[in-house]
Write a protein that binds this ligand. Structure first.
Ligand code: PRP
Length: 207
């Protein structure tokens, strides 16, 4: 049995439909209820719906053998897992953004609001720029609008949230997409099943 942690939400549904199309279907998942685990014994697969930012935790601890997590989460939390396949979906970028008239005064410590303090710290360290991190959990765009921070480090997908709040992206830190990850022990002991799944995903990616 392969245990798969899927990120709850739109991305997870897309991931499941890919898995379904390559032969890892689990019809009971379409039943409209609040169940969080689904199993297809015949196919040897069990799915869990988990909070997107928790996928890597389930995989790292081995309760899920594999899972799908955004590169943003992998960079921020550096879980001890293998990154196996770039699925090329859930594409967006990690960017620095702020008010249109923002001027960076190098004499001052830059106030950076973000959900991703480690990514932000590493980025500004590489530029030798001194910063103060303001760690938020959501609605990051509010911070520069209300003067809580000078800039934000956040996910930009369509750019609509920035645009509608009179903000603009300044620099891209890193492109992001969804990755198939594996628990290290599972990769060893369930190697045949995981390799077969990766091969099938590789075929799907070529289409
Ligand atoms: C993410 C991100 C931006 C928005 C970007 O927020 O933090 O706010 O999506 O998308 P866009 O460029 O297409 O507008 P999310 O929906 O995860 O909510 P939260 O960060 O406020 O929790």
């Amino acid at each position: 049995m392969i245990n798969v942690a899927l990120p709850k939400g739109r991305l997870g549904e897309k991931v499941y439909s890919i898995f379904e199309s390559i032969g890892y279907e689990c019809p009971s998942i379409h039943e409209n209820n609040r169940k969080l685990t689904f199993e297809n014994e015949e196919k040897g697969v069990r799915y869990f719906w988990v909070k997107p930012s928790d996928v890597a935790i389930y995989v790292e601890h081995g309760v899920a053998d594999i899972g799908v997590a955004g590169k943003d989460i992998l960079l921020e939390y550096t879980p001890d897992v293998y990154e196996l396949v770039d699925l090329g979906i859930g594409k967006c970028r990690m960017a620095v953004a702020g008010k249109k008239d923002f001027f960076d005064n190098n004499d001052k410590t830059l106030r950076v609001a973000t959900k991703f303090p480690n990514i932000a710290k590493a980025y500004y360290e590489s530029k030798s720029r001194e910063i103060d991190i303001i760690k938020l959990n959501g609605s990051i765009e509010l911070a520069p609008v209300l003067g809580l921070s000078d800039v934000i480090v956040d996910i930009v997908e369509t750019g609509k949230t920035l645009y509608e709040n009179d903000l603009e992206p300044f620099e891209t830190i890193v492109p992001i997409s969804a990755r198939l990850i594996s628990n290290k022990v599972s990769y060893k002991f369930k190697n045949e099943s995981i390799t077969e799944l990766c091969r099938a995903l590789g075929e799907w990616l070529k289409k």
